[in-house]
Design a protein around this ligand. Structure first.
Ligand SMILES: *Cc1c(COP(=O)(O)O)cnc(C)c1O
Length: 356
């Protein structure tokens, strides 16, 4: 028998989450963001569950080509654009939409040999100071692109740094309105947080990522608990050992937990080499047969220890959910000082994944 740790990816949850996005932004087209191997879920595993989307957005040419080879015919957006002028050959061949965030990319488009015009997302820096043209450069960049025969439709694109804050989009939105004045072009601005919480940002295409996988853009599950979003990934394992502690006994590396009295603990076959965060402290929630309990001590590479006092019926072979429906990935992430995004993306290749 193989080691019991496994992840499962629920296609029905993905489909349902896309429908939640449709309800939140009924007037907009949807780019389903599947970068980072579909946030750790496996792009080849999940894209068909999302095939009613209007397009897929990602970063790597390899991932884009994989989608084309598997039969996806509708749009694909390269969120960071192309990294080298040579990439335009593949962008042309596979009919990809590319973001353009720098002048060198406009120059590359001007000299590229293209079989048909390429659709472009003109990326504006609306305040995050990551990629994009500054507001006052947008008109100029737009005009340069518009003059190129190799450029098809131009969409104005921006990204919010703080859309999980109720006041977080007002400033950037104002900068975008100003920069776009007089440009009669479609817009794509909204990530998951803006899609859920800022309808004024929706415009022509929204770009949700994390909500498709059923976790919260704010990192707090309570913020999406009322939306009907469903966790798409479950990480589970089994208890492979039991120890009976007495007062003063230490647990795990550095004895970071010590029993204050008699206590039964379970040893779970899952550790940081499986993608479970080593920073998760004592008290991080886990579910044992539907009963919520907690981790104890430092997470090891291949194992972790949990408190079995709330679940005396549990023993060797009992199933443990590390995250999924009972324990939200957001709650594990919050305990470990991170966000669900990072945990999903860090699921280790050694964990077998089943699709349900
Ligand atoms: C990752 C990303 C998104 C999706 O962000 P979520 O917070 O996961 O919804 C949207 N737009 C761009 C440019 C991105 O890089």
């Amino acid at each position: 028998m193989s080691r019991p740790v496994r992840a499962s990816v629920n296609r029905q949850a993905l489909r349902h989450n896309l429908s939640v996005v449709r309800q939140a932004a009924p007037q907009s087209h949807v780019w389903s963001v599947v970068k980072a191997n579909a946030y750790g879920h496996g792009i080849a595993r999940v894209w068909q569950a999302l095939e009613s989307t209007d397009g897929f957005a990602l970063l790597n040419l390899e991932e884009a080509i994989l989608l084309r080879e598997q039969g996806w015919k509708k749009p694909i957006l390269l969120l960071e654009g192309f990294f080298h002028a040579d990439d335009l050959k593949l962008i042309d061949r596979y009919r990809l939409t590319t973001s353009v965030h720098s002048n060198w990319q406009i120059k590359a488009l001007a000299t590229a040999q293209l079989s048909a015009p390429v659709d472009v997302y003109l990326k504006m820096n609306s305040g995050m100071n990551r990629l994009g043209f500054r507001p006052e450069q947008v008109h100029n960049a737009w005009q340069k692109l518009r003059a190129l025969p190799g450029v098809g439709e131009i969409t104005l694109m921006a990204h919010f740094a703080d859309a999980d804050n109720p006041e977080g989009v007002a400033g950037p939105l104002q900068r975008i309105e100003q920069a776009a004045e007089g440009l009669n072009c479609p817009r794509s601005l909204a990530n998951s947080a803006a899609t859920l919480w800022h309808p004024l940002t929706h415009y022509d295409w929204v770009r949700p990522g994390i909500v498709l996988y059923g976790a919260s853009p704010s990192g707090r599950w309570q913020d999406i608990a009322g939306t009907g979003l469903q966790p798409a990934m479950t990480l589970s394992s089994e208890i492979i050992g039991v120890q009976q502690l007495t007062a003063g006994d230490g647990v795990g590396y550095g004895y970071r937990y010590r029993a204050s009295g008699a206590q039964r603990i379970g040893i779970v076959a899952c550790g940081y080499a499986d993608g479970y965060p080593r920073h998760a402290p004592t008290g991080t929630p886990v579910s044992v047969g539907g009963v919520r309990t907690r981790t104890l001590g430092t997470v090891s590479m291949d194992m972790m220890m949990i408190d079995l006092e709330p679940c005396p019926q549990a023993g060797i072979g009992t199933a443990v959910e590390l995250w999924g429906n009972d324990v939200k990935i957001d709650d594990v992430a919050a305990a470990a000082g991170t966000v669900g995004y990072e945990l999903m993306c860090a699921l280790a290749p050694r964990v077998p994944v089943e699709v349900i």
